[in-house]
Design a protein around this ligand. Structure first.
Ligand code: PMP
Length: 305
């Protein structure tokens, strides 16, 4: 939940929550000219720690680069801004939202004459798909909306505008009684959720769609691939036909917000035995013990506040 007495980092300074405003004629309001990140901080026994902070900030800067939006701060500056935002708001477990956008200048489509503004906000946020979803899983539906085809919108940029596509899929899935949507790519292969990547366990192997399936290269996806490797489980980045989901032994979603969430059913077809599978559980346990600082941080993924 938002803490309206909190502070927000705005172009290098902290401002009061209520003063973190922008003009209605800002470029971003009209054309979606923004790039952002979603980052989680966990309350470990050694104090609050941010998961994969530098990697998130690098992705933010790269998302900007794709859109010729140069963010006027370094990885170090913005990483420090994230830590400072957590500290000043006295947060422990929280979600952090850095965002860079084109502000107030002129209102043609051409964005480069509008200033780049950079913001970091943080607030306490629980389980994205609900507390019990982590254990019991979610029911998802295949969206009639596809991910953006190559050469239309850059799927690899975490840009605000891409989330109009995600919103269409998410709204449709909720209207149809599902918890979340899964989208196909332009070729009809499985791509990703509205805010999560997807993994499939079938006959002892783990599959996830490749970057070429129009997805966001998730950092949780990357973490799970590395966790699986450590557990001597093979992850294959391969095209996944829709029907492979239905016959999977297990399916799970990954994302900063969703963490590692099992999938119980897809298009009302029960996956496996309809409960969290053994592989999903093992990966979940390893993921949570890593982010919670309960095991050695061999990758250097935790930044303590
Ligand atoms: N795909 C989409 C569309 C997303 O919004 C997210 C969340 N950022 C992900 C995948 C997962 O990415 P990450 O694990 O880096 O949060």
């Amino acid at each position: 939940a938002f803490d309206e007495n909190g502070k927000i980092w705005f172009n290098g300074n902290f401002v009061d929550w209520k003063d973190a405003n922008l003009h209605v004629l800002s470029h971003v309001v009209h054309y979606g000219t923004s790039v952002f990140e979603g980052i989680r901080c966990y309350d470990t026994k050694n104090g609050p720690a941010v998961f994969r902070l530098q990697d998130h900030i690098k992705r933010l800067i790269n998302s900007g680069k794709i859109y010729r939006m140069e963010i006027p701060y370094s990885v170090e500056d913005l990483s420090q801004a994230v830590l400072d935002t957590i500290k000043i708001n006295q947060l422990k477990e929280c979600y952090i939202r850095p965002v860079a956008f084109r502000g107030y200048g002129e209102l043609g489509v051409y964005p480069l004459n509008c200033p780049v503004e950079t913001v970091v906000a943080a607030w306490a946020w629980g389980k994205y798909l609900g507390e019990e979803a982590i254990e019991n899983g979610v029911n998802i539906g295949t969206s009639s909306w596809r991910r953006m085809a190559p050469g239309t919108m850059p799927n690899m940029a975490k840009a605000g505008s891409n989330y109009m596509n995600s919103q269409l899929a998410k709204m449709e899935s909720i209207a149809n009684g599902y918890d979340e949507a899964i989208m196909l790519d332009y070729q009809g292969m499985v791509s990703e959720g509205s805010g999560e990547n997807i993994f499939v366990v079938l006959d002892g192997a783990i599959y996830t769609p490749p970057i070429s399936s129009s997805l966001l290269s998730g950092l949780t996806r990357d973490s799970v691939i590395k966790i699986a490797q450590k557990l001597s489980l093979e992850v294959r980045e391969e095209n996944i036909p829709r029907e492979m989901l239905y016959i999977a032994d297990e399916v799970f979603l990954t994302g900063t917000a969703a963490e590692v969430t099992p999938v119980r059913s897809i298009d009302k077809i029960i996956i496996g035995n309809g409960t969290r599978g053994a592989v999903t559980k093992k990966i979940q346990e390893n993921f949570f013990s890593l982010v919670n600082g309960e095991e050695e941080d061999e990758h250097g993924w935790l930044s303590y506040v």
